[in-house]
Design a protein around this ligand. Structure first.
Ligand code: NDP
Ligand code: CA
Length: 324
């Protein structure tokens, strides 16, 4: 028998008072590297995960089950190599609008019988948001184009009338590439500054810039330069998952945990950044314990990716300057 998926609680960080009401319902954001099918079967070498547990015809339902369990308003995915044949039709039928951007030279294409390139996907619930603008970015580093991408969408919330800019990205993997990641992060931040500034001139609230949510597999621990860049950028970003910790300052111990021939790798690489001046985090989905993850780590029969999904409920803060 298959073990059940790990149960995860929604946690309300200490010091926050649930403040949503019918005029300001929270926005549920999910960030997840879902593990490209071609990489999981053909490249990753997850030696403690039976190949049978990676069978796409079953694994896709575990991914969709997780998405449907939490029903996010905004869904940011990395390593999507089944967009056109799976996620786009299914998510469309569930009321989502999707956007996909493939990596220029996806490593999936090196795998025999691949299903096309992997890339980032961004979905939003059509009943909640209308689309103002989409940017498909190929990230640069030191002026040179790289193999990593980002999608940035400016949305208008149908409930509150307020603007929200959402970005999804997947930075360069592996150790030894810290400087490239940092440069990619700098390039993305530069684009986000210009997009959120441009968006604000179109919004009714002319002052300030558009609130921002950036979801990604940054492939970087919190000690890396790219993390420091995001934390200290003029955009005023905070990392949502720090709020799970008792001091509110510490990232989770891991967002991915796997065993390859080279050894065990347990690290924090995935983040949900948000503009803390304009947005507040009401609740977050907790991180499964080591016991829940199990001795063979991820992926497994009960969890379909080597990365955990991150999920939080976000509210617009009151706008004191806005006279209605
Ligand atoms: P990355 O280094 O960013 O990694 C690509 C994927 O590999 C990620 O999804 C990453 O997952 C996963 N990964 C990370 N560590 C390991 C590991 N130890 N073992 C197996 N998989 C791992 O790749 P790039 O985007 O820079 O692309 C590199 C590949 O792309 C090359 O191998 C080549 O095949 C191809 N390429 C081809 C070019 C051409 O001219 N034809 C040009 C450039 C690239 P996660 O993020 O979850 O860690
Ligand atoms: Ca991967």
């Amino acid at each position: 028998r298959r073990p059940a998926r790990p149960h995860r609680d929604l946690v309300y960080p200490s010091g926050t008072v649930p403040c949503h009401h019918q005029h300001n319902p929270s926005i549920r954001v999910m960030q997840w590297n879902i593990l490209a099918q071609a990489l999981g079967e053909g490249k990753d070498g997850f030696i403690r995960c039976p190949l049978e547990a990676l069978n796409w015809e079953e694994r896709k339902y575990l991914i969709l089950e997780e998405i449907l369990t939490y029903r996010p308003d905004i869904l940011c995915l990395q390593e999507v190599d089944h967009y056109y044949d799976t996620f786009l039709p299914i998510m469309s039928s569930l009321g989502y609008q999707g956007s996909f951007l493939a990596k220029p030279w996806s490593p999936c294409l090196d795998v025999e019988q691949n299903n096309g390139p992997d890339g980032c996907a961004l979905f939003y619930r059509r009943s909640r948001f209308s689309l103002q603008d989409t940017a498909h970015l190929r990230l640069s580093a030191m002026m040179l184009p790289t193999n990593q991408v980002a999608i940035v969408q400016t949305l208008n919330c149908r409930v509150t009338g307020r603007w929200l800019c959402v970005a999804v990205t997947h930075l360069k993997a592996r150790s030894g590439w810290e400087r490239l990641r940092s440069a990619q992060g700098a390039d993305l931040l530069q684009s986000l500054r210009s997009i959120t500034a441009r968006g604000s001139s179109q919004s009714e609230a002319a002052s300030g810039s558009v609130p921002l949510v950036v979801c990604g597999d940054f492939n970087a621990e919190p000690t890396e330069d790219v993390y420091r860049r995001f934390r200290s950028s003029p955009l005023g970003l905070n990392s949502a998952y720090k709020l799970l910790s008792s001091d509110g300052q510490t990232e989770p111990a891991y967002t991915t945990w796997k065993i390859r021939p080279s050894g065990e790798s347990c690290s924090t690489l995935d983040y949900i950044w948000y503009t803390h001046e304009a947005l507040s985090v009401e609740s977050l989905l907790d991180i499964p314990t080591e016991e829940q993850i199990g001795p063979d780590r991820l992926p497994s029969y009960h969890y379909p990716s080597d990365h955990l999904s991150l999920l939080c409920d976000i509210n617009f803060r009151e706008e004191p300057h806005r006279l209605i």
